[in-house]
Design a protein around this ligand. Sequence first.
Ligand code: ZN
Length: 270
Amino acid sequence: MEKLIISVATTGSVTTRQDTPYLPITPREIADEVYRCWQAGASIAHIHVRDSNRERSMDIELFKETVSLIRQKCDIILNLTTSGSGEITEEQRLGPVELRTELASFDAGSMNFGPRVFINSPDFLEKLAAKMKQYNVKPEIEVFDGGMVYNALRLAERGLIDTPLHFQFVLGVRGGLTATPRNLIFLKDSIPPDATWSVIGIGKGQLPLALISMTMGGHVRVGMEDNIYLTKGVLAKSNAEFVEQMVRLSREVGREIATPDEARKILSLT
Ligand code: ZN
């Protein structure tokens, strides 16, 4: 089996300091946390930024600052978010692509998302795909529901997304597929054989789905965007603790950990 790629999503847009006092918020805090995660074995960092009120933000200056601080410290692969709903405009969502990181998230369809509606219209997906192609940013295709796989495959068939595709299966969001082994296997069986894939289990789904993915040849994402508990009732004091846990488990099941450069090869990043 190829080496395991560990992605870390340190902050996200929803988790608050009330949920966990250990959430990194400022560009400096996020960069320091990403560096600790890289030291622990993470090869990809998925980045969201927050404004001075700790609210979700798509301010491009905050992204630039965060990217630059991380770049000064390590060679981790960067995956900026292009997500957003409500008052965040499509234009703002397209913004991070211009920073030309190696990856950016690509939410492959619309859905109910907790109490909100998460809109990714066909027209927006085409615009996002075109922009990512223009800036040579590979989409990490986030799939919350079965139909989203096919949205991505259709875009690839039309040449709007380059192959091999890279999927991130997000299981356990209220409104999407639940975090069960059956759903993970169904999604994995729905993608082309040359595609790479990883899994995000939300909340208590994180650890069991990561273990299943490790043994099935997939990759994993962990971090406080998706889950704040290291074990039942025990808050992680740092995102690096999640990465360390993945490294331990992966070695136990006989899979070595990919460095960022090894992850670049596995994901065909150019
Ligand atoms: Zn995200």
